[in-house]
Design a protein around this ligand. Structure first.
Ligand code: ZN
Length: 126
């Protein structure tokens, strides 16, 4: 969380503009990089929603993702807002831990889809 220099309202880490007064915050290069990462879509949530929500410590969304139709909502919201929610509610000890987990979950998502593809083609063509 950052604080608006003009109205002292708290601003989320991924916002560059204050929601209270519209003031544009000046971000350090480091903060800018973080804000960009947090606003980015989550590949892992797209490929492997249930595992991703668990790994991202979004346990509420993990439970939601187990319910068939609601699982689709968890997927869509997870892709769009997943990183922001995970950063805010995940209780990470620092940025590095969070980013490493996010990257790991993206890789796991890719591996998961790869495995499914292998299994599919194995049974389809053998
Ligand atoms: Zn403000």
């Amino acid at each position: 969380m950052k604080t608006c220099a003009r109205c002292k309202k708290e601003v989320e880490a991924w916002n560059e503009r204050c929601g209270g007064c519209g003031f544009t915050l000046v971000l350090e290069p480091d903060e800018k990089r973080r804000a960009k990462f947090l606003r980015g879509p989550s590949l892992g949530a797209f490929l492997f929603t249930q595992g991703w929500t668990f790994g991202a410590r979004l346990y509420f969304w993990f439970l939601i993702s187990l319910i068939p139709v609601f699982g689709i909502a968890a997927l869509v919201l997870g892709v769009i807002f997943g990183r922001r929610w995970s950063w805010k509610y995940g209780g990470w000890s620092d940025w590095e831990e969070f980013v490493n987990r996010m990257r790991m979950m993206d890789v796991i998502g890719v591996v998961w889809i790869g495995l499914l593809a292998v299994v599919y083609f194995y049974f389809r063509f053998t």
